[in-house]
Ligand binder design. Structure first.
Ligand SMILES: [Zn+2]
Length: 159
């Protein structure tokens, strides 16, 4: 059992519960998370950690939907966005190594779907606070070194 993912899922479930509580505490039907390919988090381990953590709880557990996000960068030279393949931080158009990561290095709670008590129609709540990447209790600064350049980036991880 991967401890990292277990603690991450605990933090995530607290966030999901907080969002549900803000909206009347109705049962959560489903929640959607994004896991970046450079986040250091393994989607399969997150799923098994969630299944294990929710196994003992009463009632039907909410459905966990995982959206895996590829690592995307933008070239500072020619402004082109591109998907970073195999950690090759070089612009495929102009060959510049001056690139900025824009997506795929974090984990994020995207939306929570709850069942409103007075209706049978599920309501989807887009997560209100965009800075609330789950596991944001701890901020880890990491540097990725490629072709002699160092690209500073920020990774969010569970406590
Ligand atoms: Zn370029």
């Amino acid at each position: 059992m991967a401890m990292h993912e277990v603690s991450l899922v605990r933090v995530l479930l607290n966030q999901v519960a907080a969002v549900a509580a803000e909206h009347g505490g109705a049962p959560v039907q489903e929640f959607l998370i994004e896991i970046g390919s450079l986040s250091g988090v393994e989607p399969l381990l997150v799923r098994s950690a969630y299944e294990r953590l929710s196994a003992g709880s009463a009632g039907r557990p909410a459905r966990l939907v995982i959206n895996e996000v590829p690592l995307e960068a933008v070239c500072e030279g020619c402004d082109r966005p591109f998907v970073v393949d195999r950690f090759r931080f070089v612009c495929p158009v102009c060959g510049s190594g001056n690139v900025r990561i824009v997506r795929g290095d974090e984990c994020r709670l995207v939306s929570v779907t709850i069942l409103e008590p007075e209706s049978t129609q599920p309501e989807s709540i887009d997560h209100v606070d965009p800075s609330a990447a789950f596991g944001c209790n701890q901020k880890i600064e990491t540097d990725v070194t490629t072709d002699g350049r160092t690209i500073g980036r920020t990774m969010w991880a569970g406590r």
